[in-house]
Design a protein around this ligand. Structure first.
Ligand code: SAM
Length: 268
């Protein structure tokens, strides 16, 4: 092979590597802000609130998760509501839905879209890993479209699950989708160098293999093993009832449950 072709290939790889450093120079709060700025752009709000998308309803993999529930009534907290696609479908099924989003315009558009379709939903403007809602107020917490993976660092995700567990009633369900890619199992020289750059720039010191700026627009952590996702969900205090992962799909799903509290003193 010509030396110039080899040089060109090396430069392309170097370019990819330099771009991959963007995810480590930001601290976890910066990574959240990076993604928030993307979603906050008017064209993105419009994209997620657009009629065709909103009316497309629930996807097959979301319906599969929903099938684990004994019924479709009760209070449901939806994390990352966007323009209301799932919120409206779930409200039509009988849930009382509260949608959470860190972009106020998304919450507004979700409520408007619901009202235009004759259903009512509540809205909260919050960052989902710092969720502050009433304890034991929900029967179901829902996060779809791999959005569990939008939170950087294992510690912050486990803390998010703790907050979700606190929000659930005993016996309540957490239905969750995460980004799944077993290829990230391997760590190599690139991963080592990213850690060095994170340390030198005092960036994300808790950087993990699988962290990326997906499409250069938002933070996503790809899970590469079932043990890792299960240990996070259980570390946050929930029991994993079932897990759906497929080599051919980048979306994994989990059905989790908050334990039914055993009344220690039934006669009191
Ligand atoms: C991929 S869109 C999905 C929207 C909607 N769930 C749907 O499927 O149509 C993700 C949504 O989650 C919101 N979001 C992402 N990360 C968030 C975070 N850390 N806290 C709160 N909202 C977040 C975004 O603003 C956006 O509205």
């Amino acid at each position: 092979m010509s030396i110039r072709v080899s040089l060109a290939r090396f430069l392309l790889q170097l370019g990819d590597f330099v771009q991959s450093l963007a995810v480590v120079v930001m601290k976890p709060d910066d990574l959240i802000e990076f993604s928030r700025q993307t979603y906050d752009k008017p064209q993105n709000v419009e994209g997620w609130a657009e009629d065709d998308l909103v009316d497309s309803g629930l996807s097959e993999d979301e319906l599969d998760l929903l099938a684990a529930l004994p019924n479709t009534t009760g209070d449901l907290l939806l994390l990352g509501v966007g323009g209301g696609r799932e919120a409206i479908a779930l409200a039509r099924m009988g849930f009382h839905v509260t949608g959470v989003d860190y972009v106020a315009a998304m919450v507004d558009r979700a409520r408007e879209n619901a009202a235009r379709r004759g259903v009512s939903i509540e809205g909260l403007v919050q960052e989902i890993s710092r969720l502050e809602v009433q304890e034991g107020a929900y029967d179901v917490v829902w996060i779809s479209r791999s959005m569990y993976s939008c939170v950087p660092t294992r510690a912050r995700r486990v803390e998010m699950v703790r907050r979700i567990a606190r929000a659930l009633r005993p016996g309540g369900y957490f239905l969750c989708q995460f980004y799944w890619d077993p290829r990230f199992r391997s760590t190599g020289m690139g991963e080592l160098l990213r850690r060095v750059v994170a340390a030198c720039t005092l960036g994300n010191l808790a950087h993990e293999a699988g962290d990326m700026l997906w499409g250069k627009i938002e933070f996503i952590h790809a899970f590469a093993s079932e043990e890792t996702i299960v240990s996070e969900l259980e570390g946050g205090g929930l029991s994993v009832v079932s897990l759906q992962t497929d080599q051919a799909s980048i979306r994994g799903g989990a059905v989790c449950r908050k334990n039914l509290e055993i009344d220690q003193n039934p006669l009191s």
